[in-house]
Every structure is written in structure tokens, then in C-alpha cells.
Design a protein around this ligand. Structure first.
Ligand code: ZN
Length: 191
């Protein structure tokens, strides 16, 4: 008895390729008609973030207008987002505190990763000014927000055992290896 293996899926894959050209076309009619047809990922994400924040302001009690939005409100927003986070941040009581790869589950809360928040604030900060906000009044650029992000970074670095500083800057891969003398650890004394 043979197993009936037909239905070659590779053939079907060639059928609908023509539709892929439409993927980039976003039907949002904005004021700028001559902009590029397919916004970059960053631009799309920025617009989504901006809408999310607008939605947050709308649902805020008491209602909050963008012009009256302060750094404190931005912090409120960031804390609100934590409930949708997917990054486990261990409490100090947790046996896995400081472990990058815990061997078992634990009841510690899920949070927004610092890197996500940092990138989000960067996008919202840009979006604020693109939507007519004054740079000097930008709530996303306030000291309180910067301090909060730094605090989150340090806390998560400790809790997760991951150094964000190290990840940020990598050695230039294409650089010539002549920047300073290498340590004499691997001196193959052949002679
Ligand atoms: Zn934990």
C-alpha cells in the first residue's frame, strides 16, 4: 500500500504572483500625492504607533488633547502598553533573576522590552513633529521620558541578564583588523 503523495504545492505557488505587486499599495489618501507608493516599514510602523497613541488620548479619562500632553502622560502610555508586553522581566525574588535563558517557567510579569519602547518613543517623537507639534513642546523628548527609558533598560538588563549596551555597538565587520594590537593570548610560538 503506497502513500498517496500528490498535490504538488510548488506548482500552485506560481499562480498568484501577479498579486504581489499590489501589496505595497496602501489605499490611504494622504495630503501628499507624490509620496512613494509603498511606505517603508518604518513609516508604516510610525503611522500605526501614532494612531495607537491618538487612540489612547481619545480614551483617556479625563480626555486629553495632544497639545496638553506632557511627558508624564507619555509615561502613563508606556506603562499602559506593558500589559501587552511579551518580554519576561524577572522580579528580584525570582530564582531566574539575571538569567538570560531560564530553564523553567516562572510567574514573573511580561513587559514591553526596553528596545521596543526605545524605538517606539523615537517613532512617536518624529511623528509628533511631523504632525505639527513644536520640537520644544515634544512630550516624547522630555527628560522624564529619557530617564524612564534608562531606568527600564537598567532594570531589564539586570533582571534578564542581558547587557543592552553590548548589543548596541558591534565591531565593524568590514574594518581592517589593525586597530590597536591584539592581546597576546594566541601567540603560536612556532619557530
Ligand atoms: Zn521570573
Amino acid at each position: 500500500m503506497d502513500t498517496n503523495v500528490d498535490s504538488p504545492s510548488s506548482e500552485a505557488a506560481g499562480l498568484n504572483t501577479s498579486s504581489s505587486a499590489v501589496l505595497g499599495g496602501v489605499g490611504v489618501a494622504s495630503s501628499s500625492s507624490t509620496s512613494t507608493p509603498s511606505p517603508s516599514r518604518y513609516e508604516a510602523q510610525k503611522r500605526r504607533d501614532w494612531n495607537t497613541f491618538g487612540q489612547y488620548l481619545k480614551n483617556h479619562r479625563p480626555p486629553l488633547s495632544l497639545s496638553r500632553c506632557s511627558g508624564a502622560h507619555v509615561l502613563e502610555f508606556l506603562r499602559y502598553l506593558d500589559q501587552f508586553g511579551k518580554t519576561k522581566v524577572h522580579t528580584q525574588m525570582c530564582p531566574f533573576f539575571g538569567h538570560p535563558n531560564p530553564p523553567a517557567p516562572c510567574p514573573c510579569p511580561l513587559r514591553q522590552a526596553w528596545g521596543s519602547l526605545d524605538a517606539l518613543i523615537g517613532r512617536l517623537r518624529a511623528a509628533y513633529e511631523e504632525n505639527g507639534g513644536k520640537p520644544e513642546a515634544n512630550p516624547f523628548g522630555t527628560r522624564a521620558v529619557r530617564l524612564y527609558l534608562r531606568e527600564v533598560r537598567e532594570l531589564q538588563a539586570k533582571a534578564r541578564g542581558i547587557s543592552y549596551e553590548k548589543k548596541k555597538r558591534k565591531k565593524p565587520s568590514q574594518g581592517v583588523g589593525n586597530q590597536g594590537h591584539p592581546p597576546h593570548t594566541s601567540s603560536a610560538g612556532a619557530s
